[in-house]
Design a protein around this ligand. Structure first.
Ligand SMILES: [Mn+2]
Length: 317
């Protein structure tokens, strides 16, 4: 998160005249959550964040000049211990805080945060947007369809072709906002979405080919570098290598892990992360020096080797 972006968020918040701030993830589930909040409340200020560093946005909200009657709604973001202190601070500043999620939570943290926030619901049977739907818009036909599309993608059911088009069309915050707005109004497909989709398919194919070229197989673990399209890259690696663990690294040390065995979140937790049993993410906390080192020696960098070794220890295939 850069200073310019921080300023933009703070300026946006200053101008915002509604009372719902929505902090959510970046994928289709999150966009569907956002569509539902928009449908329910109309005026919503949304911040899309990776699961690893949303605490810094909470920090930003705690810094912002507080207005009366503000509610922070978190969705599709798992519990992280480093979020506790800042959430407590937001509460003491008068924010109402609601949290809806479906990731694996540390039980202790769940209990701790529950005593601080106004509302907390974690349900692993549902995707995040289904939780938002059942909480806020149960019975609304369009909202129900939005939640079904989110589920179709998030649980990798892929019965509804619209979920593939929509999740691919999402590329940045601008497209997230546009699509959330469309979904909130019941527009599930149109020429604009088609054009966004076509553009992203081109970019995605290029990025996947590049990630495959940079990949290696170490034991049962396939490793590569990619700054996006994590799930698609992981699926291609598995096809290519018949691997049972896939690690996708970013240049800044943030990584995603996919595993056949239900151990992804356990691996990620060793590296300041978390997530689902078969898909999770963490952070190797690259220093400037590590980033340069990673460019030079690649997967032989000590922190990367540590991750690869940890992942292999969990892989009993
Ligand atoms: Mn989700």
């Amino acid at each position: 998160m850069c200073a310019r972006f921080n300023r933009r968020v703070l300026t946006g918040l200053g101008r915002f005249d509604g009372c719902i701030v929505h902090l959510t993830h970046t994928d289709l589930d999150a966009v569907c959550c956002d569509a539902l909040f928009r449908r329910k409340y109309g005026n919503v200020f949304t911040i899309f964040s990776s699961v690893q560093d949303y605490s810094s946005y909470l920090e930003l909200l705690a810094q912002a000049k507080k207005k009366v009657d503000m509610t922070l709604c978190l969705s599709d973001l798992g519990g992280r211990t480093d979020a506790f202190e800042v959430v407590a601070r937001l509460k003491s500043k008068g924010w109402r805080v609601e949290w809806r999620d479906h990731h694996v939570w540390d039980e202790r943290f769940f209990e701790d945060i529950k005593s601080v926030v106004d509302y907390l619901r974690v349900d692993r049977e549902l995707c995040a947007c289904e939780i938002v739907y059942t909480d806020l818009l149960e019975g609304d036909a369009i909202a129900k369809e939005v939640a079904a599309i989110g589920r179709d993608r998030d649980f990798w059911i892929n019965n509804d072709p619209r979920s593939e088009v929509l999740s691919t069309a999402i590329s940045d915050d601008k497209s997230r906002e546009e699509i959330a707005l469309k979904l909130s109004r019941g527009a599930f497909a149109d020429a604009e979405i088609e054009a966004m989709y076509a553009l992203q398919i081109g970019r995605k194919n290029k990025a996947i080919s590049k990630a495959i070229r940079k990949s290696v197989l170490l034991g049962h673990t396939a490793v590569t570098t990619s700054n996006g399209y994590t799930s698609d890259v992981a699926a291609r690696l598995r096809d290519e290598y018949h691997s049972t663990t896939e690690l996708i690294l970013r240049e800044n040390g943030i990584f995603s892990v996919r595993t056949v065995a239900p151990v992804s979140n356990q691996i990620a937790m060793l590296f300041n992360g978390g997530g689902h049993p078969h898909a999770a993410g963490g952070n190797l906390s690259f220093t400037r020096r590590d980033q340069i080192g990673f460019k030079l020696v690649g997967y032989r960098l000590a922190k990367v080797r540590e991750l690869i070794e940890a992942a292999s220890r969990f892989d009993h295939s």
